[in-house]
Design a protein around this ligand. Structure first.
Ligand SMILES: Nc1ncnc2c1ncn2[C@@H]1O[C@H](COP(=O)(O)OP(=O)(O)OP(=O)(O)O)[C@@H](O)[C@H]1O
Length: 361
């Protein structure tokens, strides 16, 4: 019978000496889901992956695949395959031999292994590449070979450890989309680890944001972006403005935050302490040359452009704003009256209370 989850981690802890690299992590991944673990270097992602793959044993807790505990099951007996950043392809073998290798290790006949490898290569867009040396492929093609080699074994679960890390930016952007499409065509469950928030946002059904051995929040890319549960998630996922101040309850269930300068801004959140952090996304900051345009906004201020960060569709402005110790960052639309704005120009900024998330510091 099909199990309702492909992977379950239950209170998994991994200690190295007294340091808990993974500190009481629990989550489940549904069949066919693209699940990412996103966190900064050293947060414990690789350790977590290595335990799922069977290269490392948890200090305590359980790891189940389709409901069956993997504790004590060696790596080569788990229905799991891993794609590493280094890819670990065999340079002396042809593309076809690389893909067929795992099958022949499992006593599949040579003829059948070759047949299945060649069908798999076709599915990943490498039809006719079977005879080539892997050294005669581009970075993106090698990536696809590594994934083909893994998928041909029909694992329940594919683990990917920063597989795009070694590629240049342009290719990484391309492979993000390709990997997501491959995953949905094969409908195989992927657990993906990365420190790159854009990779995680673009590809994942759900993301766990990991920090210092713990999951801070698990949710869809949209949930994490629009409703971060902690200040860490608010800063780590996506670009954001961030200011410190003192919070107090205000009218209409809003929270007012008094910045060190005495300037007060209005936001939303649950704040137990006075010391607080307020976050606003750059795209939530409205810009206007005429202050009256912003008159309906509870937060509106006058400033001066201190930098124009041109980056095509991702361009933004930094605006020195009286009362703020950090410049306000705002997305700069490349169409419309502000597209050509210069450093030094006066400008008005504003945002709603809903757009400003307030957390205890
Ligand atoms: N074998 C080990 N012995 C001792 N400490 C370890 C071992 N492996 C990892 N650690 C420590 O555990 C913590 C988590 O490491 P891990 O490699 O899981 O992080 P990561 O999030 O994957 O980081 P990166 O993105 O840099 O690979 C780090 O502080 C690391 O130094």
């Amino acid at each position: 019978m099909a199990h309702s989850t492909d992977l379950d981690l239950v209170n998994v802890i991994k200690r190295f000496g007294s340091h808990a690299a993974v500190n009481d992590v629990s989550f489940s991944v549904a069949p066919g889901e693209f699940f990412s673990i996103l966190g900064p270097s050293g947060c414990g992602k690789t350790t977590l992956m290595r335990m799922i793959a069977g290269f490392e044993n948890p200090t305590s807790g359980d790891i189940r695949i389709r409901g069956k505990s993997m504790i004590g099951v060696p790596a080569n007996k788990r229905p799991v395959n891993m794609v590493f950043q280094s890819l670990a392809l065999f340079p002396m073998m042809s593309v076809g031999e690389n893909v067929a290798y795992g099958l022949t290790c499992r006593d599949v006949s040579r003829a059948e292994a070759e047949e299945r490898a060649s069908r798999m290569l076709e599915r990943v867009g490498l039809k006719g590449f079977g005879e080539r040396r892997v050294t005669a492929l581009s970075g993106g093609q090698r990536q696809r070979v590594a994934i083909a080699r893994c998928l041909v074994l029909e694992p329940t679960l594919v683990l990917l450890d920063e597989p795009l890390g070694a590629l240049d930016l342009k290719l990484r952007e391309h492979m993000k989309i390709e990997l997501k499409q491959l995953q949905s065509t094969f409908n195989t469950t992927f657990a993906y680890i990365t420190h790159d928030q854009s990779e995680a946002l673009v590809m994942s059904d759900r993301i766990a944001v990991m920090n210092q051995g713990k999951f801070e929040q698990v949710g869809s890319p949209r949930e994490l972006y629009h409703n971060p549960a902690t200040p860490f998630v608010a800063s780590f996922v996506g670009e954001t403005n961030k200011w410190q101040g003192e919070a107090a309850a205000a009218a209409n269930g809003a929270i007012s935050v008094r910045l060190p300068s005495g300037t007060v801004v209005q936001g939303q959140g649950k704040v137990a302490d006075k010391a607080s952090l307020a976050f606003v996304r750059p795209e939530a900051v409205a810009l206007a040359q005429d202050a009256s345009v912003l008159s309906s906004l509870p937060n509106r201020f006058e400033g001066r452009v201190s930098a124009v960060l041109f980056d095509g569709a991702n361009s933004s402005l930094l605006i020195d704003t009286a009362g703020f110790d950090q410049p306000v960052r705002a997305v700069l639309p490349q169409a419309g009256p502000l597209a050509g704005i210069q450093v030094g120009a006066p400008i008005h900024v504003g945002w709603t209370a809903d757009a400003m998330k307030v957390f205890a510091a």
